[in-house]
Design a protein around this ligand. Structure first.
Ligand code: G3D
Length: 201
């Protein structure tokens, strides 16, 4: 009876856990996006004042529950010297959110370089990739088609993994729900896929 009840309890309440990295250059809006996500998806979370957030040095973490999925976010610092730490987290991650500052045309090629290096990692093969074209509230910012064009030669490296480029304003929350819901759908689907041939030893 106990086994039956505990099995039922687990079925009803236990969450499947997924680790999602939030990457991108410093100042792209990663921490603002994480705070906005926690505010939108956690009932009792009293968010920080988003306009007071300063750039990430080190690591911010956060957890949200969406249905039976628990997403654990690691928001990693984007400064050049911190980018070398990103790959230490790849093997553990089920999804990647890459944030681009759509107002910073000058650093777009730098962002693309970091992006390309990241997607070249074998440890991220098949891991869903949500690219956020952030700060869409700013007039004359780069649009999603502009960013897709600038990143178009990354397409072969992205390959067949799930990838969505989502317009977003982390500051107001526009595009946040759409991005998170897409990510949840992808990580849940991925975990139920049979393992890749090369993962079978
Ligand atoms: P990071 O964690 O990627 O380093 P932050 O970036 O979240 O610290 O954000 C860097 C700056 O961009 C912050 O401004 C923040 O308010 C701003 N920002 C983040 N998202 C948006 C957005 O959607 N729209 C606009 N207009 N600004 C955004 P400050 O002035 O504090 O540096």
């Amino acid at each position: 009876m106990y086994t039956l009840l505990s099995g039922l309890y687990k079925y009803m309440f236990q969450k499947d856990e997924y680790c999602v990295l939030i990457l991108g250059l410093d100042n792209a809006g990663k921490t603002t996006f994480l705070e906005q996500t926690k505010t939108k998806f956690s009932k009792n979370y009293k968010g920080m004042n988003l306009s007071k957030i300063t750039t990430t040095v080190g690591l911010n973490i956060g957890t949200i529950d969406v249905g039976k999925a628990r997403l654990m976010f690691w928001d990693l610092g984007g400064q050049e010297e911190l980018q070398s730490l990103w790959d230490k987290y790849y093997a553990e991650s089920h999804g990647v959110i890459y944030v681009i500052d759509s107002t910073d045309e000058e650093r777009l090629s730098e962002s693309k370089e970091a992006f390309e290096k990241m997607i070249s990692s074998e440890a991220l093969e098949g891991v869903p990739l949500l690219v956020l074209a952030n700060k869409q509230d700013v007039p004359n910012c780069l649009s999603v088609p502009d960013i897709k064009t600038a990143f178009s030669d990354c397409a072969p490296k992205i390959g067949k993994r799930d990838c969505l480029v989502q317009p977003c304003t982390a500051l107001t929350g526009d595009g946040v729900n759409e991005g998170i819901e897409w990510m949840v759908k992808c990580v849940v689907r991925n975990i139920h896929r049979p393992p890749r041939q090369k993962d079978i030893t």
